[in-house]
Design a protein around this ligand. Structure first.
Ligand SMILES: Cc1cc2nc3c(=O)[nH]c(=O)nc-3n(C[C@H](O)[C@H](O)[C@H](O)COP(=O)(O)O)c2cc1C
Length: 396
């Protein structure tokens, strides 16, 4: 099968993964409204087409979170990549680094930062959940420092795990070992089983030394999510701000007032995110939330966006509306699950090509130009937004 776009990779990953894993990646919470809107709200925006400018290959280099990168997107934190493909974290990191972009390693990963350092010298970021066990959090931070991580993303939209009905039905997170039913569903996916089976059940390296988290990724995953601290508040972010000397980025902001609080506390940036529609179902899509957040914070305050990005044009729209860069979630995870490292490379290349073609046809020569002209290039579909009150661009 040739993978023409990200949806082809999604369909291929569905064929390759046991149902329990595909549903864990693909699903959202409750009715999955926010998950769907993250994707579909990009379609409410139109791109300005300017012609007969002098042709130049668009320059995709840009700066986000204080560093220059050859592409306006990076790979965001996705848990348990090593369950979808053997050494999945290593494959994603090396594919990202070959393209010159960073990977942010999820706190809930099979491989540790040290494992990744053995295979790549590229830019690694780390995503942290504040667990009730702060000693363990301190271990994570020390490991990040030893691995040369400069940017720490702290995820704050998971005070409690959203109800993901597909996972409830499949028993994900309540299963602690491979049951006969789970084994039967794995046998329906022989290519995945042949790759993953021989090494046995992977475990989460970062908590492998902790017996209280159990053994094997399934049990450790269930325990890790149970241990996320429900009482995390801005005070904890202040403590973390003092503790972490590198860049600190808050992931999971959707309201302008929270973005302003983050800025006031002195973090280096935020990710406008609703966790890919996996947490508060009914929350705004991220692309809809972005303009008001951009308007509320300082122009130089770093904004990243994730959620629903499946096309290069989605990335152009997010940057046009004020994001400095975009983070991929499911898009590259489908690539990894479908075809390993080559699948992640294919995701990156597909989006790079789509961005290039779209910018060329828009008559935009560089991401810098896109950032400068911004909202002039992104037009709301008037039929979908009949009154000003419902405008996506409403900033108050
Ligand atoms: C399978 C899966 C696991 C995820 N695990 C994490 C995680 O460990 N930490 C985190 O901050 N976000 C996690 N996320 C959320 C992503 O970082 C990101 O916010 C989201 O996937 C963006 O939406 P998109 O997948 O529609 O692009 C996960 C998302 C998925 C799909």
């Amino acid at each position: 099968m040739t993978f023409v776009n990200i949806n082809d990779l999604r369909l291929a990953s569905k064929k390759r993964l046991p149902k329990l894993l595909f549903d864990y990646i693909d699903g959202g919470s409750l009715s999955e409204e926010t998950h769907r809107r993250n994707i579909s709200d990009f379609s409410k925006l139109r791109l300005r087409q300017n012609v007969l400018g002098e042709y130049a290959e668009p320059d995709l280099t840009t700066e986000y979170l204080g560093s220059k990168h050859p592409l306006p997107f990076m790979l965001g934190p996705v848990g348990f990549l090593g369950l979808y493909s053997r050494n999945g974290e290593q494959k994603a990191a090396t594919a990202a680094h070959a393209a010159g972009i960073p990977l942010c390693l999820s706190n809930f990963s099979i491989a540790s930062l040290a494992d990744l350092r053995r295979v790549t010298a590229g830019e690694l970021n780390f995503q942290l959940y504040l667990l009730d066990d702060r000693t363990l959090c301190e271990d994570f931070l020390s490991a990040a420092e030893s691995a040369g991580v400069e940017k720490l993303f702290v995820t704050v939209d998971t005070a409690i795990t959203g109800i993901r009905e597909r996972d409830v039905r499949n028993g994900f997170r309540s299963l602690t070992h491979v049951t006969p039913k789970l084994f039967a569903s794995m046998c329906l996916r022989p290519r995945w089983l042949l790759e993953m089976g021989p090494g046995g059940m992977p475990s989460v390296r970062a908590v492998a030394h902790r017996n209280d988290f159990g053994k094997g990724a399934l049990e450790q995953a269930a325990n890790l999510s149970r241990r996320i601290d429900k009482r995390v508040s801005w005070k904890d972010i202040e403590v973390l701000r003092d503790r972490w000397k590198g860049k600190l980025i808050i992931k999971g902001i959707l309201a302008p007032e929270d973005a302003v609080s983050a800025q006031n506390i002195g973090v280096d940036g935020i990710v406008v995110s609703n966790h890919g529609g996996r947490q508060l179902d009914g929350a705004m899509s991220t692309i809809t939330a972005l303009p008001a957040i951009r308007a509320a914070v300082r122009p130089d305050f770093s904004l990243m966006l994730d959620g629903g990005v499946r096309r290069g044009s989605d990335i152009i729209k997010a940057i046009g509306l004020g994001a400095d860069g975009v983070m991929l979630g499911r898009a590259y995870t489908f690539g990894l699950a479908a075809a390993g490292k080559a699948g992640v490379e294919h995701t990156i290349e597909t989006l790079r090509r789509e961005i290039t073609v779209t910018m060329t046809l828009m008559g935009v020569n560089s991401i810098a130009d896109l950032k400068k002209r911004g909202r002039d290039l992104i037009i709301e579909d008037e039929r979908l937004t009949p009154t000003k009150d419902e405008s996506l661009f409403q900033t108050e």
